[in-house]
Design a protein around this ligand. Structure first.
Ligand code: BTN
Length: 253
């Protein structure tokens, strides 16, 4: 097993971390810790997650010894909140590329794809005290050695080890990932963060199907704006600004 508390505490010092082998959701633990005053950069790490949350109410279940499951506490300014999703996806892209993988990019808004399949997801959750932002928990799940072969996700999800064909140490990966999170957290509010995210988007110029809260739309993904919204041109010529949703890439007629 490549994760244990003593090693993580030593490798990630002086960062405050809580390593809990089995959790329901690292985001839940981090949300409580945030409210108790955890400093910027504190991280909750788990080996196994039994009730993990994904975007749009989905489940993100993770068995032992297969993935990175981490939630980082950040204390951004409220007007930088929309960049947290970009930050997480970028940090993960850089981790995967650092390991030697190619064909890494972002499916709007924040799915990291490796060779066209999802290797990671990001779930930011904010905590407010009235109108004041207390902080945000940036939850990240990265498939390191999840075996999708023969599962219903086989065509859509992938693990880093499967693509690279070698074993990885999750403590190494966490160290790199958290360094990249720190780097981009220091750029919050800076246009370089938006530009780096935009440049990694695989979605632009593609015909896509977008599922948003007000329904489904088909069209050309034209551009994004600094708040992370997608501009979709539908076949009737209208351009829709979509702030949150989910898209399908490819095979869209
Ligand atoms: C997605 O739907 O793509 C986002 C998935 C985010 C999963 C991570 S795993 C660590 C953290 N804890 C959770 O419960 N969810 C996030």
């Amino acid at each position: 097993m490549d994760l244990n508390n003593a090693e993580l505490q030593e490798r990630l010092a002086p960062r405050s971390i809580r390593y809990i082998p089995q959790v329901e959701s690292t985001n839940d633990i981090a949300l409580v810790w945030l409210s108790e005053g955890a400093p910027q950069g504190s991280a909750v790490i788990a080996d196994e997650q039994t009730h993990g949350r994904g975007r749009l109410g989905r489940i993100w279940h993770t068995t032992s010894d297969t993935a990175l499951i981490v939630s980082v506490i950040l204390r951004p300014r409220a007007d930088h909140l929309y960049q947290i999703t970009m930050l997480g996806a970028l940090a993960i892209c850089e981790l995967v590329e650092y390991l030697g993988a190619v064909e890494v990019g972002i499916k709007w808004p924040n799915d990291v794809l490796l060779r066209g399949k999802k290797v990671s997801g990001v779930l930011p959750e904010a905590v407010w005290s009235g109108t004041q932002l207390s902080g945000v928990v940036l939850g990240m799940g990265v498939n390191v050695r999840v075996d999708f072969m023969g599962t219903e996700l086989e065509d859509r999800a992938v693990s880093i080890e499967t693509v690279l064909g070698r074993s990885l140490n999750r403590a190494d990966l966490l160290q790199i990932l958290l360094e990249r999170v720190d780097f981009w957290a220091a750029q919050l509010g800076n246009s370089s963060l938006f530009t780096a995210w935009e440049n990694r988007l695989l979605t632009l110029g593609q015909r896509v199907r977008v599922q948003a809260s007000d329904g489904e739309r088909l069209g050309l993904a034209q551009s994004v704006d600094p708040e992370g919204a997608l501009f979709l041109k539908t076949d009737d010529g209208a351009v829709h600004r979509i702030l949150a949703g989910d898209i399908a890439l490819g095979n869209v007629s």
